[in-house]
Ligand binder design. Structure first.
Ligand code: CDV
Length: 315
């Protein structure tokens, strides 16, 4: 039985002009607090080093300033050094600029020795590529990032098979299933969820419900643990959801943040719990029916309804 204490390090607002060094100092404090509670792995939010810049229209150097080259650079180094000194690993969301100048919304998995184990690049980019008239805050992820090109990798780490998702990915069952089919036991994810993200009050008022609904379903249907960390509170006038959570393969929330500021939540997780689900109700190899799914046409967008299958046509 592998047991592991994990932590979600929720972060309150990061101001537009707050230097990375200040955000990193907050993260180091959160990491120390998690370590004091026995955590071996700490999950930080999406784009944790800065304010959530896709809310603004930015060009050229003003845009480049939000991106990181190879990590750790000088400002993020204290986080990596603290991890190595404490023997704590972490997952860090950040805006990645590749050596050839491409931009991704990425997460880095760092081991307890402070060395990089692996990387994930966000696949499901929300928002728009052109500014939307009349919006109080833009959401320009499609303008600023390319869709992730690494698939949904699973890494052997911390005694588990570990995958990562980033924010909007959590709403897509395909993302969870890609990890579940690879036997992921633990999924780490960070998010920034503005409370006005659709602009439709009847949907936005359900933001907290949809957040947990998506992650609890992903956990249960794929028999894995979820550690999810929010960046939250009123950031530059934009209200963002908190409710960071640790979720069991049963779909039950075992820890949840209480406030809308920097806060650590921890849980001791039993990786064997996922195995019980994977060997019974969610034994994917035994119970899935890929043949019945073949009629699904892989394409982007809704478009015209799919043609009915021969069975549905009564043929
Ligand atoms: N950063 C995000 O990906 N935010 C999205 C909102 C815009 C829908 C989310 O899924 O929370």
């Amino acid at each position: 039985m592998t047991r592991l204490i994990v932590a979600a390090a929720q972060m309150g607002p990061v101001a537009r002009h707050e230097p990375r060094s200040a955000a990193v100092a907050r993260m180091v404090a959160l990491m120390r607090a998690a370590h004091a509670r026995g955590a071996r792995l700490v999950v930080f939010p999406e784009l944790a080093l800065t304010s959530f810049f896709p809310r603004w229209i930015l060009e050229g150097d003003a845009l480049e300033a939000w991106f990181e080259g190879p990590l750790p650079g000088p400002e993020a180094r204290p986080l990596f050094e603290t991890a190595a000194a404490l023997g704590v690993g972490f997952v860090l969301g950040y805006a990645e600029r590749t050596a050839d100048g491409r931009h991704f919304n990425s997460a880095l998995l760092v081991g307890a020795d402070g060395q990089v184990i692996g990387r994930y690049r966000k696949v499901h980019l929300p928002g728009h590529d052109a500014p939307q008239p009349g919006r109080a805050f833009q959401h320009l992820e499609k303008r600023y990032f390319l869709p992730g090109d690494l698939g949904f990798p699973v890494f052997p780490a911390f005694g588990a098979r570990l995958g990562m998702l980033i924010c909007n990915d959590r709403r897509w069952p395909e993302a969870w299933r890609c990890l579940g089919l690879q036997g992921a036991e633990l999924v780490c994810l960070g998010y920034n969820t503005p409370l006005d993200h659709t602009g439709h009050a009847e949907i936005d008022s359900l933001s907290a419900f949809h957040n947990h609904l998506s992650m609890q379903a992903g956990a249960y249907q794929n028999a894995l643990w979820v550690v999810a960390a929010a960046k939250c509170g009123r950031e530059e006038g934009s209200d963002m959801l908190g409710q960071s959570a640790i979720i069991a393969p049963s779909g039950q929330i075992v820890a949840m943040a209480a406030g809308l500021d920097d806060e650590v939540i921890c849980a001791e997780i039993d990786l064997g719990m996922g195995r019980r689900y994977r060997e019974t109700i969610f034994d994917l190899a035994r119970h899935r029916e890929p043949g019945a799914y073949r009629l699904i046409v892989e394409r982007k967008g809704a478009g015209d309804p799919l043609p009915l299958s021969p069975a549905a046509r009564g043929a």
